[in-house]
Design a protein around this ligand. Structure first.
Ligand SMILES: C[S@@+](CC[C@H](N)C(=O)[O-])C[C@H]1O[C@@H](n2cnc3c(N)ncnc32)[C@H](O)[C@@H]1O
Length: 307
């Protein structure tokens, strides 16, 4: 049986693959090239791990060393990779973060009394969940255990981090359905939305800390910003602060899918290999700023793994 989380990812991946890809040419060339270099550099004697491997649309599996594992919670991802690349690799089907099951349990506990199953008033449930969120764990324990066991030489994060915030939102919305958990008055603050944002930021930071502590060479691709409104935008030369790279003549509506976490700043202590950003027109009214960052391998695992 697939979990609601897995089913939601499978539906999203289906919708992602069914989109009109005519404007995706440059993105696909750049992302395949970037991840391809990471795979070509990977030590064939050490395991390689691809997080968010999906169907392999963005991943040139032909360049992957023999012992490469895909990790994606979408139950069809491995099969799709087989059809696309003729590659049947070891696979982990779980949630990379391990945090969505505890989030789902907490959201359900907030919405319904555990002893009677009765639904709480929406406002009470909102307050309860906002209060619970700071204590919901965000350490990627399964990923840490995998890294400790396998000691990968290279880890690729293939464009999954931008999905963490929408996944968290969807889990909360599912628990509250048919009610809407969010404050509808834009003039009022929304303590639940703020608490979920803070939780998501912690999740992204813990994930990055885990990747940094793995000692592996890192090749990370993620949505850095999502822009709607169809306003013209260009990118200036790369600068560590992604906002300083945006060149627009009109005011932009920018959504930060990483809940305010700056990946370049979070990984500042690692030896950089490559850093670039490009624009990906995902749809007629949706422009993504993609960030691609690579860091050299270090020899040892850090304390975070308790080794
Ligand atoms: C935008 S797609 C990237 C496509 C993929 N790199 C490819 O080449 O097909 C994001 C992928 O990350 C997976 N994903 C997102 N969040 C995840 C999570 N928390 N755990 C495991 N997989 C996740 C999705 O199932 C999806 O396949």
């Amino acid at each position: 049986m697939f979990s609601p989380f897995q089913r939601a990812l499978a539906r999203e991946q289906q919708a992602f693959l069914a989109r009109d890809r005519r404007g995706w040419g440059e993105h696909l060339v750049r992302v395949r090239n970037f991840l391809g270099v990471g795979l070509e550099r990977a030590d064939p004697e050490r395991p390689t791990l691809i997080l968010g491997a999906g169907s392999g649309l963005e991943v040139p599996w032909a360049k992957a060393p023999k012992v490469t594992t895909g990790w994606d919670a979408d139950p069809f991802s491995r099969l799709r990779t087989l059809f696309r690349h003729r590659r049947w690799s070891p696979w982990v089907f779980g949630d990379i973060t391990g945090a969505f099951a505890p989030l789902e349990a907490a959201a359900q506990r907030a919405v319904r009394e555990s002893w009677s199953g009765r639904r709480r008033r929406r406002e009470v449930a909102r307050v309860r969940l906002a209060a619970l969120l700071p204590s919901i764990q965000t350490d990627p324990l399964n990923l840490q255990a995998w890294i400790l066991r396998q000691r990968p030489g290279t880890i690729l994060a293939a464009n999954f981090m931008g999905q963490l915030a929408p996944s968290a939102q969807r889990i909360v919305e599912r628990a509250f359905a048919p009610e809407d958990p969010w404050e509808s008055d834009p003039e009022k603050g929304d303590a639940l939305a703020e608490a979920l944002d803070a939780w998501t930021a912690r999740l992204v930071r813990h994930l990055l800390e885990t990747l940094a502590a793995s000692g592996a060479e890192l090749w990370l691709v993620h949505d850095r910003a999502v822009l709607s409104g169809g306003k013209p935008l260009e990118l200036a030369v790369f600068t560590p602060d992604w906002r300083a790279q945006l060149r627009a003549t009109e005011r932009l509506e920018i959504l930060d899918p990483l809940a305010g976490v700056d990946v370049v700043a979070a990984l500042e202590g690692l030896p950089p290999l490559r850093a670039e950003r490009w624009l990906w027109p995902l749809g007629p009214d949706q422009l993504h700023v993609v960030e691609a960052l690579a860091y050299e391998r270090r020899s040892e695992l850090d304390q975070i793994f308790g080794s």
